[in-house]
Design a protein around this ligand. Structure first.
Ligand code: FA5
Length: 340
């Protein structure tokens, strides 16, 4: 019995002398580990006469409980003390706002494409996608430009190593794909996508750029429908205060053909430089689908007519925001892109 009380007294004294949490844990192992002092003391019970066993056991349990409670109190106090010391020697302000996460956004070209889709959806157009790597036949020949036709010079082409396969220079070959799939039914679609031209890069022209083609075919479709569609589109895209100019032009796959310009923002100091002094920037080419192209798509030009257009979404972005260089779109400079 006395041994147990001596052990309790010794345990409490040693516990009080522990300087930190690590010392406390070492104390715990010393007293309560597998070969610890408490276990050794409990082992004594076997050697005692029977009549003393119960009392010894009860006292041993009391000492064990007292030392355990003292240990837990001391450990909690030490932990709290160490936390407080950490907070005062290396303080941090839990009220500081967190670091902002960088949020992504849509590229301006994607934004304007989606605006274009929304406007044409309201006008009853569906979206049709076709391939960027095309055959010479679809990019040129079936669009009324046989081999050696001088009009091919209008499109400086990237040729692939496979003969007869090119990167499409415009979205117009998609017209043939749609016509062949629609197989004689009326058509009202837009065809968005990337085009490639092997031309000198400038502030208005890139070697890689988006176009959105439009194609409408049916009975009695006229030039008035084309003009109405383009004007309605331009009003929605640029607002009623901006002017639209329609000029006659030439494309082998439309007859007659037009080109459409929008006036550059009048208050922009770069207006003259970017519009070569005219005040206008071209956004699209268009016209009535040539009978040969209708035939190539399987339609009878005696029965149906159609109009088509090909617009440049990046030129439209330049016009909307007075952007002075088309090359900014693919340079991935976040200072530019974050403004949209
Ligand atoms: C064509 O590509 C014709 N396929 C358009 C067409 C379709 C006419 C259907 C008739 C019927 P053009 O080369 O003019 O035409 O290009 C059309 C538009 O694409 C231009 O008005 C311009 O907005 C844009 N574009 C053309 N080349 C570039 C370029 N290098 N960089 C940026 N945008 C361009």
């Amino acid at each position: 019995m006395n041994e147990l009380q001596a052990l309790e007294a010794q345990g409490l004294t040693e516990l009080a002398a522990c300087g930190d949490a690590a010392a406390l844990r070492a104390w715990n192992t010393q007293y309560f580990g597998d070969s610890g002092k408490m276990k050794a003391a409990m082992g004594q019970i076997g050697k005692l006469p029977k009549d003393q066993k119960a009392a010894f056991g009860a006292e041993a349990n009391r000492v064990k409980a007292a030392l355990t409670a003292a240990y837990e109190t001391a450990l909690a106090a030490k932990n709290e003390e160490e936390l407080q010391r950490g907070l005062t020697t290396n303080p941090y302000d839990v009220t500081l706002p967190g670091r902002p996460r960088a949020r992504g956004r849509l590229h301006p070209a994607t934004q304007i494409l989606r605006q274009i889709y929304a406007i044409f959806a309201d006008l009853g157009f569906q979206i049709y996608r076709t391939r960027e790597v095309e055959t010479d036949e679809l990019n040129f020949e079936l669009l009324n430009m046989p081999a050696h036709h001088p009009a091919r010079d209008m499109w400086d082409t990237f040729f692939t190593t496979t003969p007869g396969v090119v990167l499409r220079t415009h979205t117009s070959p998609g017209q043939i794909h749609v016509m062949r799939e629609a197989a004689g039914k009326p058509i009202r679609v837009i065809l968005p996508g990337m085009c490639y031209r092997n031309e000198a890069i400038s502030t208005r022209s890139e070697i890689q750029f988006y176009q959105v083609e439009g194609l409408v075919i049916g009975e009695g479709v006229t030039m008035a429908d084309l003009k109405g569609t383009i004007t309605a589109f331009a009003r929605r895209m640029f607002g009623p205060e901006r002017q639209v100019r329609i000029r006659s032009s030439y494309f082998p796959f439309t007859e007659p053909s037009i080109e459409v310009d929008i006036d550059w923002p009048k208050d922009d100091p770069n207006r003259d430089r970017l519009t070569k002094g005219t005040g206008w920037l071209e956004i699209l080419g268009a016209g009535m689908v040539h009978p040969n192209v209708l035939r190539a798509g399987g339609y009878d030009p005696e029965k149906v007519t159609g109009f088509a257009f090909g617009m440049g979404p990046q030129r439209m972005l330049m016009l909307k925001h007075a952007i002075d260089d088309i090359r900014l779109f693919w340079q991935n400079d976040l200072r530019f892109l974050k403004q949209f």
